[in-house]
Design a protein around this ligand. Structure first.
Ligand code: FAD
Length: 221
């Protein structure tokens, strides 16, 4: 039997990153993958000669000081990936086909909040509270030091409350509820099941700035 310090199960981006960090810290690591190829959701697949990259289209936290930027530096691959930021004057379009409603939500947190209040003036208080809660959670989230192996930080109360439960207490308008929980699609969990804390951690970075990787030839442009 070979001996390993750590065994990592699953070679998606989480497992690959963890295995690499453990390796960089001098551990002997075994990475186990059940699929025939590594990469999990990020693995490229081909159809009729065309490559498809399912995972990495756009992301937040890419700016200097952001978590993704830090992670690329720790892994020593920051030079490989060139972030291309979407222009602040641009916006994300959300269409409710059945209701015939269209909402253009700008990038940048302040721009977004102002626009949401313009679209839904009667929900102003709830909108303010919603984003205050998100910012408080992100400010209170301890960023793990990727250079050291450490225990994950203790969970906070909002780790145990769903996005829907928070919205129930703050927002009445169904279209607005949809817009505020839309980024659940980025991590594939329904708002009734996603923890509000994790939703905040993913969404706030995306509200602040959105970038795609300029060096990934088939990313969304
Ligand atoms: C269509 C799509 C678009 C996306 N777009 C973006 C985007 O634009 N920006 C962005 O930031 N994110 C995006 N994501 C999300 C991102 O791709 C995922 O969050 C991320 O890749 C998940 O990585 P993971 O390592 O946590 O899990 P996975 O990638 O799911 O990896 C888990 C791995 O574990 C393996 N495994 C599971 N069980 C076992 C077992 N018992 N033994 C061995 N191996 C096992 C699986 O085979 C898999 O390889 C997108 C996801 C999808 C599906």
């Amino acid at each position: 039997m070979k001996k390993y310090d750590n065994i990592v199960v699953g070679s998606g981006i989480s497992g690959l990153t963890l295995a690499l960090i453990l390796g960089l810290n001098g551990r002997k690591v075994l990475l186990i993958e059940k699929a025939p190829q590594i990469g999990g959701s990020l693995a490229r697949f081909w159809r009729k000669g065309l490559p498809f990259d399912t995972g990495f289209h756009f992301t937040g936290a890419f700016s200097e000081g952001g978590l993704l930027c830090d992670m690329l530096k720790v892994l020593g691959i920051e030079e490989e990936i060139e972030p291309v930021f979407l222009k602040e004057e641009g916006s994300m379009r959300f269409v409710y086909k059945k209701e015939g409603e269209v909402y253009d939500l700008p990038y940048g947190l302040d721009n977004l909040i102002a626009k949401l209040k313009e679209y839904f003036p009667s929900e102003e208080k709830g909108i303010t509270k919603y984003f205050e809660m998100m910012e408080r959670i992100c400010n209170n989230t301890v960023t793990m030091d990727l250079r050291k192996i450490s225990l994950a930080p203790e969970p906070i109360d909002e780790d145990f409350v769903s996005v829907d439960e928070v919205l129930d207490g703050l927002i009445k308008n169904q279209s607005l509820r949809g817009l505020l929980s839309a980024y659940c699609m980025c991590y594939g969990t329904m708002p009734a099941e996603a923890s509000f804390a994790n939703h905040s951690r993913v969404s706030l970075g995306l509200y602040q700035s959105v970038a795609y990787s300029g060096t990934c030839p088939h990313s969304f442009r």
